[in-house]
Write a protein that binds this ligand. Structure first.
Ligand code: SF4
Length: 321
């Protein structure tokens, strides 16, 4: 089939929009949608100047999503004196998986001449995910430990590097899955928190808390299109599944969304758009609820509702084995 915009052959046919695009127009379309999202999220504050630039830390895992995000951000803002960018990679200690993706991160950062920082669970907490998955002291899925550790390091180091925003490569499929999971859990306060933490325009979000706010500029782009873009641009992305991947519930939701999308193209876009609107209303309603009860963790100082934060409790349990 021919491209809608020229006479080259189409490499992508999108049922949700009816578009048929060749390589050149497809890549332009991905970049355009990402830039439009950056504008509509008001990621660049009006008062950013070369003397007082905006600092973005990019969570770079080496997978296709974060590699594509880093590439597009560099293409768009690499020479913009109002924006400073650096890439942050977390090494979880997963043999044969993370080593390879760290290589992809180093290669990309070298290609782009971008500052790149690497931190590891081993150096920070004295734990490696391979050992945690094996010992599993709390009888939980590996991702339940890993997600807590990763969030802690991303937040802590983004702050240490002076980030104004932490940018991650979540795509449309990731966001539609999270939205549906939050709906099905029925936890409206969680939806409210999600808005200020990582969704919507910075003109609507209240980000005056202790965390560096997150942004997800790829959240309009379906996962398959991110993968196709990485392939067509020959980016050094590492595409292998983690051997400890264990989010069974997310997998079920993913399959459900694929089925719905197949029969009703555009479902993911409408779920995410509706979720963001409702999350904003929930944030306006619940903002600040429960924050007064937070304490500083007695061990690391992180905010917690008890005396010791979740991350420190997990490290205690793992190192006690
Ligand atoms: Fe960690 Fe789970 Fe991701 Fe593997 S799949 S890196 S265990 S969160």
């Amino acid at each position: 089939m021919e491209c809608d915009k020229c006479d080259r052959e189409a490499v992508m046919n999108a049922a949700y929009s009816g578009a048929h695009l060749c390589e050149v127009h497809f890549c332009r379309s991905v970049e355009k949608r990402t830039r439009r999202r950056i504008r509509s999220d008001a990621l660049i504050p009006k008062d950013a100047t070369p003397d007082e630039p905006e600092c973005w830390v990019i969570g770079l895992s080496g997978g296709k999503d974060s590699v594509v995000l880093t590439h597009i951000l560099d293409e768009t803002f690499g020479k913009d004196p109002r924006i400073e960018m650096l890439a942050l990679t977390i090494h979880e200690g997963i043999e044969g998986y993370r080593d390879k993706s760290v290589e992809a991160c180093v290669e990309l950062a070298d290609d782009l001449d971008m500052r790149h920082e690497l931190v590891s669970y081993d150096e920070e907490f004295g734990v490696r995910m391979d050992d945690v998955a094996e010992s599993d002291p709390l009888n939980m899925a590996p991702c339940a430990y890993c997600g807590v550790f990763r969030r802690d390091l991303l937040e802590r180091y983004a702050e240490e590097f002076g980030a104004d925003k932490l940018l991650t490569g979540h795509n449309l499929d990731d966001e539609a899955q999270t939205a549906l999971m939050n709906f099905l859990e029925g936890d409206v306060k969680q939806v409210a928190k999600h808005f200020d933490a990582s969704l919507g325009s910075f003109e609507d979000r209240h980000t005056q808390n202790e965390f560096v706010p997150r942004a997800k500029p790829l959240r309009d782009i379906p996962e398959k299109e991110v993968a196709l873009y990485a392939h067509l641009k020959d980016l050094p992305a590492h595409i292998t599944e983690c051997p400890h991947a264990s989010e069974a519930y997310r997998g079920e939701i993913q399959q459900l969304l694929w089925d719905l999308e197949e029969n009703h193209p555009g479902t993911r876009h409408s779920i995410v758009a509706g979720y963001e609107e409702l999350a904003k209303l929930a944030a306006d309603e619940y903002r600040g609820a429960g924050e007064a009860d937070l304490n500083d963790c007695e061990n690391c100082g992180a905010k917690t509702s008890g005396t010791r934060c979740r991350k420190c409790k997990l490290v205690d349990a793992i190192t006690a084995v």
